[in-house]
Write a protein that binds this ligand. Sequence first.
Ligand SMILES: Cc1cc2nc3c(=O)[nH]c(=O)nc-3n(C[C@H](O)[C@H](O)[C@H](O)COP(=O)(O)O)c2cc1C
Length: 448
Amino acid sequence: MKIAPNIHQRFHYRTLEELQEELARLGLELPFDRDFSILGEPLQIGRWRAPNRFVVQPMEGFDAGPDGSPGELTFRRYRRYAVGGSGLIWFEATAVMAEARSNPHQLFIHRGNLDSFKRLVEETRRAARAVNGDEPVLVLQLTHSGRYSKPAGEPTPIIAHHNPILDPLHGLPPDYPLVTDEYLDRLQEVFLAAAELAARAGFDGVDIKSCHRYLLSELLASFTREGKYGGSLANRTRMLRETVARIAVSVPGIFVTTRLNVYDGLPYPYGWGVSQEDPKSPDLCEPIALVGELVKLGIPLLNVTMGNPYYNPHLNRPYDLPIAGMKLPDEHPLVGVARFVALTRAIQEAHPGLPVVASGYSWLRHLMPYLAAGVIKTGGATMVGQGRGAFAYPDSVRDILEKGRMDPAKCCVTCSACTQLMRDGEMTGCVVRDSEIYGPKYRHRALL
Ligand SMILES: Cc1cc2nc3c(=O)[nH]c(=O)nc-3n(C[C@H](O)[C@H](O)[C@H](O)COP(=O)(O)O)c2cc1C
């Protein structure tokens, strides 16, 4: 019996067979493989070596000190990831300047707190070596939060263009000023300086974050902007290309990469990677062309993502429950998983020599490794990331690689409580599986 792809369902599959039956009912196909050995294969990323194909995706904990230094819970999070055994840890969004923070407790790297980032890197490497005898590749995500800047707890949007869908959500008037070209020129220098600091702190790579509608992601969709950062593809991609090029040339000893939205799900002319006729249809011509330019500039790795967590979070992370006040999407989460797999595959197949990291797998819980192995084996990606799954079950990779299975009782349940804490301006982590730390923060919310 067929089921409707536009009806939301919660995850309820115990076995791969049950999941496959649901996919058949939806008329969808995904590649699965019961042999997980490919997931344990090392990978060369430029001159760096990841011991396996798993990535911890960047997940903000919002537990930095007032000066942006990692706090006690930040150290705890990365120790747990390190012990967990992923081949690459993609450190969470870290602001490059104070006004670029999305939360007063977001990490922020600057000259004054370099030592604390050095300690974070050293502790992460030491913890991984002690338990796994090997070190993961460490990438730091550098960000400017743009439209979602909240450095002192109140929204202070810095926007690249006016958007009739998103502007009203922040109460932005039509004459709200746009970020200037001069600001963006200077921002390139700021990213360069932050990359230099990241190299000194001991990271292997830096990510010039270009996703989820933060500033560089918004620039990619700035069709209506005038001047050198808007309009044509060359102009809209200028900020990312020039910043990557400057870091690649001027910061030796570190690689530069990006976490890139390939599909915004917003209508043209406000969405990137979107068909001009239908925002529900992706059009990857421009993202594929941009990735080609970035490969020419020497990026050895790409992390693919999509959507806007504030506007269309189901594109960004299929889930069972939404945050407070948000409706469930008119979409079966497997449709979202299949979209992620298809668009990531399109990028990977267009650039087969470039290691591509896949996202959006946590909804699959303990069945995730079957899809991860199937996708990598069929050339749909080179590595697979876990975001919410890593919050909930940081040592899942050791279980997969050593025991050949994940424990369903430890998996993320995609309840959105971690996002809810974040939206409430709290420190965040897994309320369900790490409840001793994060449960009280969430329960306190329920009592408000
Ligand atoms: C609480 C929370 C914090 C996040 N922080 C970041 C971040 O710092 N940078 C980023 O690129 N994505 C961030 N994301 C998105 C995740 O990295 C990931 O792409 C998303 O959750 C989908 O992957 P998953 O299904 O494995 O969770 C965050 C998501 C959540 C729920």
